[in-house]
Each structure stands twice: as structure tokens, then as C-alpha cells.
Design a protein around this ligand. Structure first.
Ligand code: HEC
Length: 195
């Protein structure tokens, strides 16, 4: 007898809870229903696409002030021209320390991104060259199409080349972060010494 009453009470409670949930979630069509953590839906911060009375143009997404750069953004103010290449070659130095860890990481990146054309040892004999792609000059024995020995290419010239590409070689700016590019530059310097 007692057990049956208990079941009835439990059953009734369950029905009341269910009815409350159903009714409260149907109040209005745009409602998100029962919000478990309302501050996830109704946060204090403005959404980027939301109207905003705090700014003159009434928008939340503002254009950054002229001359500002994002935190962590690395500037490279040398244009993709012969002059930009020469200037970078003379002025830009690697910001990284010469460590075996950096060289090792440069080697890994070089093997993935550059060796298919330049070859494991930078001799211009990569896999795709064997299939007819124009051979890049050897880093240690070749001549640069922009003048001088490949073995004399400076930090800035190699960085400029990775950033913009040159002739048949494309830009690697979207594949390699500035820091990764400098690691690759470090490894190319090693290959310039290949006998
Ligand atoms: C698709 C093939 C290909 C890939 C991949 C490639 N290169 Fe090249 N690279 C070339 C060719 C071809 C040249 C010669 C271009 C010319 O001077 O006409 C060249 C030239 C260069 C030069 C000489 C630039 C100069 O000033 O003469 C450097 C340095 C260089 N590459 C570095 C790299 C590095 C570092 C990578 C990897 C991030 C890379 N390349 C990836 C094909 C490639």
C-alpha cells in the first residue's frame, strides 16, 4: 500500500516537471527553450555584428586605427622586387639564435617544403626535378638568377625568397610562419656548405 502511494507521488511529480518544461519552452518562437547556463546565450560582450551605441558609426566591428599591427605580427617591409630583395639581403638578419634545436627543426621543415625541388642536400636534384621540373641551382655550387653565388646568399635574401618566391618557385608565406621561415633559412645556410 505504502509502496503504491510512493509510486503515485513520484509519477505525479514527473508529470508536473515534464509539463513545466514543455510549457516554459513554448512561450515564444524565438526562445532557446530552457537555458541551462543563460550567460552562454546572453553574454555581456557585444557580438562583432551587433549594433553598438558606443561608437560613432554604431557598429561593434571597428577598423583598426591606421598604422597599428596585430600583437605578434612580424613586419617585413620589403617589396617583391629586385630592389626589395637586395635591400632585405643587406639589412635583414635572423632574429633566432643558432642552436642545434633550431637547425634540426629547420631541417624537418626544409625536408617537407623545399626538398621536393631543391633535394635533401640542396643540390637542385629533388624528386620533382627527376620528373621534368626545372632544376633549381645548387645552394653550394650554383649561381643565383639574380646574380652572385648561391653559397653567398644572405639571411635576408633567402627569407625574401621564401616569403615571395622567385620565378618558378612559389611563395611559402602561407605555409611557413616567420619563425619557421628563419629556421629554414638557418638550415639552408648549412646546405650552402655542402661539398
Ligand atoms: C616547386 C619547386 C620548389 C620548391 C618547393 C622550392 N623551391 Fe626554391 N627554387 C626553385 C627554383 C626553380 C629556383 C630558381 C628560381 C630562379 O632563380 O629562377 C629556386 C630558388 C631558390 C633560392 C635562390 C634564390 C635566389 O636568390 O637566387 C632559394 C634560396 C630557395 N629557392 C629556397 C627555397 C626554400 C627555403 C624552399 C622551401 C621553403 C624552396 N626554395 C622551395 C624551386 C623550388
Amino acid at each position: 500500500m505504502l509502496a503504491m502511494n510512493k509510486n503515485r507521488i513520484l509519477g505525479a511529480t514527473a508529470i508536473v516537471i515534464a509539463a513545466t518544461v514543455v510549457l516554459s519552452s513554448c512561450k515564444d518562437k524565438r526562445s532557446t527553450g530552457w537555458e541551462y547556463a543563460p550567460n552562454m546565450y546572453e553574454h555581456i560582450a557585444y557580438d562583432p555584428d551587433q549594433a553598438n551605441p558606443n561608437f560613432k558609426d554604431g557598429k561593434t566591428a571597428q577598423v583598426p586605427p591606421a598604422g597599428t599591427i596585430p600583437v605578434g605580427f612580424v613586419k617585413f617591409d620589403y617589396p617583391n622586387t629586385k630592389e626589395g630583395y637586395e635591400l632585405a639581403g643587406a639589412q635583414v638578419k635572423s632574429p633566432l639564435f643558432l642552436t642545434s634545436k633550431n637547425i634540426e627543426e629547420g631541417k624537418v621543415l626544409f625536408t617537407s617544403f623545399c626538398s621536393p625541388c631543391h633535394g635533401q642536400h640542396g643540390q637542385g636534384d629533388g624528386e620533382v626535378v627527376a620528373h621534368g621540373f626545372p632544376a633549381p641551382p645548387s645552394y653550394s655550387k650554383g649561381q643565383s638568377s639574380r646574380g652572385g653565388n648561391m653559397s653567398d646568399l644572405t639571411d635576408g635574401k633567402i627569407y625574401h625568397t621564401i616569403t615571395y618566391g622567385v620565378n618558378a618557385m612559389g611563395s611559402y608565406a602561407s605555409q611557413l610562419s616567420p619563425e619557421e621561415r628563419w629556421k629554414v633559412v638557418m638550415y639552408v645556410h648549412q646546405l650552402q656548405k655542402t661539398l
